[in-house]
Design a protein around this ligand. Structure first.
Ligand code: NDP
Ligand code: 8X3
Length: 252
């Protein structure tokens, strides 16, 4: 039975990935800041799939809390096979010259530094066994830049660069690295970007069929259950109605 850690498992892609992994019989370590949600999801999955699950509540921006949480993983969950570095967010939309520096800090600290802290803490659990698979959630925003999204796009370009770097650095430790780039996926992402404005968030997904969190989770399951000798290095998944980061056909 394989063991997976999923960061940001309290909603969206992370939560859907937790469901998909539990259905396949993985042992799970689910993480996030909202402990009530984490525990509810864990209870549901234990009930539905008899899944073996522990939850770790921490903020990936907090270096000490991240290290402590990973170090607290009990012995019977320590043989980690898969890390899904999913926790992340966009906050605000603005031209760089008008940007809110607190928003920049939240994005950079979560999407880049948080991903690095988690990776650094988890990697020894893989290197000691000479195998593992890290799945980093980047974005179409890691492939393109768009107006008003500069800092978020920069963080996701950094995830792309780190995925490529990790693939080189971890090759001889037997660790596979996959960079997953979703296009528009309907989750809490836009509500967070618009700081709780649900009306604005809803408009992002109007007039076309966006991806669902489950669509991405199903692809992650495919990626991590391929034979050991195969690694999907990089994958870009878009809704059929989306051509690039900004061009969406809203008349479908
Ligand atoms: P959601 O807002 O639904 O989920 C984000 C998750 O990240 C939550 O579980 C949240 O948990 C967690 N998270 C955020 N900040 C922190 C933090 N500081 N510490 C720990 N956990 C944190 O959005 P998505 O599911 O859409 O986002 C998941 C990933 O997918 C992100 O990296 C995002 O950039 C990426 N992505 C999303 C796309 C989209 O269109 N939705 C497209 C491309 C990429 P909690 O608040 O409980 O801590
Ligand atoms: C989320 C997708 O296009 O809003 O990463 O940047 S986008």
């Amino acid at each position: 039975m394989k063991t997976a850690i999923i960061t940001g498992a309290t909603s969206g892609i992370g939560e859907a990935t937790a469901y998909a992994f539990a259905e396949k019989g993985f042992k799970l370590i689910l993480t996030g800041r909202r402990s009530e949600r984490l525990n509810n999801i864990a209870d549901l999955l234990k009930g539905k799939y008899s899944a073996k699950i522990i939850t770790l509540e921490f903020d990936v921006r907090d270096r000490a809390a991240t290290i402590d949480a990973i170090n607290s993983i009990p012995e019977d969950f320590k043989s980690v096979d898969i890390l899904v570095n999913n926790a992340g967010l966009a906050v605000g939309l603005s031209h760089v010259q008008d940007g809110d520096i607190d928003d920049w800090d939240r994005m950079i600290d979560t999407n880049i530094k948080g991903l690095l802290y988690v990776t650094k803490a988890v990697a020894p659990l893989m290197t000691v066994r000479g195998k593992g698979h890290i799945v980093n959630i980047s974005s179409i925003a890691g492939r393109e830049v768009y107006e008003n999204g500069g800092v978020y796009c920069a963080t996701k370009h950094a995830v792309d660069a780190l995925s490529r770097a990790m693939r080189i650095d971890m090759l001889e430790s037997g660790i596979k690295v996959t960079n997953v780039c979703p296009g528009a996926t309907e989750t809490e992402f836009s509500t967070v970007r618009f700081k709780g404005d649900e009306e604005k968030a809803k408009k992002v997904y109007e007039g076309y069929k966006a991806l669902t969190a489950k669509d991405i989770a199903d692809i992650i399951i495919y990626i991590v259950t391929l034979p050991e000798h195969i690694c999907i290095n990089d994958i870009l998944i878009m809704p059929s109605a989306q051509a690039n980061a900004v061009k969406v056909n809203r008349n479908v």
